[in-house]
Ligand binder design. Structure first.
Ligand SMILES: Cc1cc2nc3c(=O)[nH]c(=O)nc-3n(C[C@H](O)[C@H](O)[C@H](O)COP(=O)(O)OP(=O)(O)OC[C@H]3O[C@@H](n4cnc5c(N)ncnc54)[C@H](O)[C@@H]3O)c2cc1C
Length: 339
């Protein structure tokens, strides 16, 4: 297998920052992946698995170990009961291709997750979500290499402890598992309203009243195309911050001061506030801090216009967090993980 040395992480991540990975290899089979982990262990080298690098921030000193890119392919139907179809999908498959293929078959469950960059194996890591769907909604199980016990495992929905942009893979078990495939169960029916307001607006404006998976996918691609920079051409990692989750009393207090503050009830005790709104209201939209631009189309997105180091990004991030905290007493959190 081809193991490369000194590959800049800036070329492997969409924020385009970061120093060299000491070793880099792509695994296209489970066997290759396991061998890479085992050899790295023998040589006492740390290992990190990546996909498209669209949710990783890399440091200037790089990674003193082995970076494995997941290239494990596969897309097979494992069950079909008339109402649902269940697929097992290789972790290295491009996520949006998977959505496209299932939507073409008229299947619902992941159509609002259209146009999210990255690989299928990374999708459970932060429980990807958009416009009302999360991967946890259709997730059945996954297969992974457990690097702690040097064994292949199957984890089900409960094992993964999914929550908002979170799972064990970025929590208690971060770095332990390399996800090789996931199994999803999709539905042969259309989505039903209510939809997120931006999606509903698009559907109304375009006189769409039959909510087929394809109609919803087309709408989502159009909406996202207007709001989000394409990481192929513009360095960014999508939403740089998670939406803010606050307690109900705090949301009520903020509403007294800001009567137009948006919020979505999560449960009896919590509200989710769009962090893009908080950043915009703090007056930062369009600003450039150390070469990092707060995107004018969506203030949740930071664009690397001319930053040359991790410190440039970290300073910009910290200034934004402080400005939001000072104005709203809400502490916002970075979404992408760091290596
Ligand atoms: C323009 C843009 C828009 C985006 N929109 C959304 C959105 O709407 N919703 C959303 O949730 N996210 C969004 N994202 C974030 C990102 O696309 C997702 O988090 C995606 O799942 C990352 O996939 P990746 O393959 O690029 O993962 P990477 O960035 O390569 O990795 C992310 C993390 O997962 C780990 N990882 C990767 N592969 C594996 C594996 N096989 N096994 C174990 N761990 C692994 C990595 O170590 C890293 O910690 C967006 C990003 C961009 C750039």
């Amino acid at each position: 297998m081809d193991i490369k040395t000194n590959i800049p992480l800036s070329t492997l991540t969409t924020m385009r920052l970061g120093g060299p990975a000491r070793f880099f290899a792509e695994a296209s089979t489970v066997e290759q992946l396991v061998n890479l982990y085992r050899n790295a262990k023998k040589l006492q080298q740390p290992v990190t698995i990546i996909g498209g690098g669209s949710n990783i921030i890399a440091h200037d000193e790089g990674f003193n170990g082995l970076i494995i890119r997941n290239g494990i392919k596969g897309f097979e139907v494992v069950a079909d009961d008339g109402d649902t179809t269940t697929f097992k999908i290789g972790g290295g498959e491009n996520w949006d291709n998977v959505v496209q293929r299932t939507v073409k078959q008229g299947l619902s469950g992941i159509e609002t997750l259209s146009a999210i960059p990255g690989t299928t194996g990374a999708a459970p890591v932060q429980n990807i979500g958009a416009y009302g769907q999360e991967i946890a909604d259709t997730f059945i199980s996954l297969e992974a290499y457990d690097s702690e016990n040097d064994t292949l495992v199957e984890l089900d929905w409960q094992d993964c402890s999914f929550s908002y942009r979170h799972s064990i893979f970025r929590g208690s078990s971060q770095g332990r598992y390399a996800i090789t495939s996931i199994t999803l169960k999709l539905y042969k029916k259309n989505l039903k309203p209510p939809f997120y307001s931006g999606l509903q607006r698009y559907l109304d404006e375009n006189n769409i009243s039959e909510y087929t998976p394809q109609a919803i996918r087309t709408a989502i691609i159009a909406i996202r195309g207007d709001k989000l920079p394409d990481p192929q051409f513009v360095a960014n990692s999508g939403s740089f911050f998670k939406n803010a989750i606050v307690e109900t009393w705090q949301y009520t207090k903020l509403q007294e001061q800001y009567d137009d503050i948006p919020g979505f009830k999560m449960d009896d005790n919590h509200y989710k506030i769009p962090t893009g709104w908080l950043i915009e209201e703090a007056g930062l939209k369009g600003d450039v801090i150390n070469g990092i631009k707060i995107h004018t189309g969506n203030a949740l997105v930071l664009i690397n216009e001319s930053a040359s180091s991790y410190a440039d990004l970290a300073n910009a991030r910290d200034s934004i967090i402080s400005a939001v905290r000072d104005k709203f007493q809400v502490v916002i959190e970075q979404e992408p993980l760091e290596i």
